[in-house]
Design a protein around this ligand. Structure first.
Ligand code: SF4
Length: 248
């Protein structure tokens, strides 16, 4: 059901936590923070939104608002937690946290913050140059990995593996190699960008190579499998139509 949505680890953590808690979440932030996929800010969000506890939150939007409001050039979590506590409205934590998230999402946006309509404008220390808070950090360029996907066929069925590694765990796809086999025929290239790298994947037909797969499937059967986006891109290559028998 989660196929193609990304954030697969989040989905697994959510499922694991739902089973661990047997449907009832703990009510204190320390216990909540010990559950898979729940960090400090999420634990505080649950406690304030579900249980009306006076705890601040610190998601990406709130961090930006706090940096600007207190004119902080550096995004330091320890300092930001202190500021979040200082600003928290202890009698109305639910409304306070919701307002901070809304201001971050709709008014104090990364580009073009709209200070003239911001309820914090009167006391905001960074309103004259919000773009300086926090100072932009040069992001490292995501590396590009070149890999090869093997398109193997047996009686009109495609051989696929079910991934066991952390990335794309549980999803089906073509066998991938780092090196190009010698007598491979190219079927085309696809690209896909993940959060930490860009993948350039060349689909190859290589009849002489023995490849271990987890199952053989017709195109119709593949429609029922959870497939990663990059593998769907390979299936959509025009050359694949000619490679796989039209009846399959
Ligand atoms: S006044 Fe401007 S910089 Fe300050 S919090 Fe509001 S939108 Fe952000």
């Amino acid at each position: 059901m989660w196929e193609g949505l990304g954030y697969y680890t989040r989905a697994r953590n959510l499922h694991h936590t739902a089973l661990t808690c047997k449907g009832v979440l703990p009510k204190n932030p320390e216990e909540l923070g010990g559950l898979k996929g729940i960090g400090k800010s999420t634990a505080h969000a649950i406690c304030s939104f579900a249980y009306q506890q006076a705890l601040p939150i610190l998601d990406a939007n709130v961090k930006r608002v706090l940096c600007r409001y207190f004119a902080l050039s550096v995004k330091d979590d320890k300092v930001l937690w202190e500021k979040a506590w200082k600003l928290l409205h202890v009698k109305h934590p639910y409304e306070h946290n919701q307002a901070m998230m809304d201001i971050g999402a709709m008014i104090c946006t990364p580009k073009n913050p709209n200070c003239s309509v911001c309820p914090l404008e009167f006391t905001c220390k960074g309103k004259n140059a919000p773009e300086n808070y926090p100072k932009a950090v040069q992001k490292a360029k995501v590396p590009t990995k070149k890999r090869f996907a093997l398109v193997v066929l047996q009686e009109g069925k495609l051989g696929l593996i079910q991934r066991t590694q952390r990335l794309l765990h549980g999803l089906w796809g073509f066998v991938q190699l780092d090196e190009k086999p010698s007598d491979a025929k190219s079927l085309g290239k696809v690209t896909h960008t993940y959060s930490h790298f860009k993948l350039e994947l060349e689909a190859l037909r290589c009849e002489s190579l023995h490849v271990n797969v987890d199952g053989w499937f017709t195109c119709k059967e593949i429609e029922q499998l959870a497939l990663s986006t990059v593998d769907k891109k390979i299936l959509a290559l025009p050359t694949m139509m000619r490679t796989v028998a039209p009846t399959s």
